[in-house]
Design a protein around this ligand. Structure first.
Ligand code: GUN
Length: 298
């Protein structure tokens, strides 16, 4: 029985963050520029609060100027748009992120599209989506989760995925669709699957690379996976599990880690895989934005 390599996202993210911190110090010393990240959170969603706190802490540890704007859950859309307009015009801010999901009364599209594309470090603006889809990644902001997944895939398989079959499970705008664009740009043959896909397990069985982003705990099993595949688990699900007779809430991915480890070549754990990489890619995008704003090149 083979045991897959456990891809340590936490260590990979820490190494990347160290390099970002070094580059940030050099940017300040040489050019007097400090990357600035503004995170906007609306309402009190507990998971969002944890994510935002982690983003702020990581930004500070990288040496960034970091600001957080907390708006009440009943904030008017006009107030959110006014804040975004101010941040768009604030030269100390290079990256703006509005944490999703938003309260129901707010129009997600109106808000994400109000962020100026050059500060859209989430990569959600249509200009950035268009550039990514067209293969213009040199000046696009790529959404952080798929960008982090791509780095981990490159670590295992190199930058050229010619001849590899990649299957993305999930077609969200945040993960599935941009992930497919990145894999395609790296010359993989890409299949995007979703809830209406027939015989999903058979489609996955042909994959050299599997990226699971559906939000269904432990869905992907060993008998779905081609021996030697690289498996990236984007899912983060809260489930009750009984361990030694004790029931507790645990985090689990979309992939049954213990089972799939028996056949895959490499696999990301949950937690400690994609999550830490996502936050660090946000820092990479913000540093890049600060350099581009100063005409320094990415
Ligand atoms: N909520 C969950 N993931 C994300 C993300 O990548 N960006 C933002 N803005 N909100 C999120």
């Amino acid at each position: 029985m083979t045991v897959a390599k456990r891809i340590d996202g936490k260590a990979r993210a820490a190494a990347l963050a160290a390099s970002i911190t070094e580059k940030t110090a050099a940017l300040l010393k040489k050019h007097g520029i400090k990357p600035g990240l503004a995170v906007v959170i609306i309402g009190e969603d507990p998971a969002s609060q944890v994510y935002v706190r982690n983003k702020k802490r990581t930004a500070e540890s990288c040496g960034f100027h970091s600001v957080q704007h907390t708006l009440p859950k009943n904030a008017a859309e006009s107030d959110v748009l006014k804040l975004i307009d101010e941040l768009n015009n604030d030269t100390a801010i290079h990256g703006i992120l509005v944490q999703l999901p938003l309260p129901d009364h707010l129009d997600e599209q109106a808000i994400t599209q109000a962020i100026t594309p050059s500060k859209d470090v989430d990569g959600f603006h249509f200009v950035n989506i268009g550039k990514l889809t067209a293969g213009h990644t040199s000046d696009a902001f790529v959404p952080c989760t798929p960008a982090g997944c791509m780095l981990m895939i490159e670590d295992e398989l190199g930058r050229d995925l010619s001849g590899k079959n990649a299957v993305v499970i999930g077609r969200s705008n945040i993960v599935g669709k941009p992930m497919a664009s990145l894999l395609l740009q790296a010359n993989a043959t890409v299949t995007v699957t979703h809830s209406r896909t027939k015989d999903l397990s058979k489609v996955v069985a042909g994959a050299d690379i599997v990226v699971a982003a559906v939000g269904r705990p432990d869905m992907v099993k060993a008998d779905w996976v081609k021996p030697g595949a690289v498996v990236i688990d984007v899912g983060i699900n809260r489930v009750e599990k009984t361990v030694d007779g004790e029931t507790k809430m645990v985090l689990t991915g979309d992939v049954d880690y213990d089972d799939v480890s028996k056949v895959a070549a490499a696999i990301t754990p949950v937690p400690g895989g994609v999550g830490p990489m996502t936050i660090t890619m946000l820092m990479a995008n913000t540093l890049r934005s600060a350099r581009l704003a100063a005409g320094l090149g990415a």
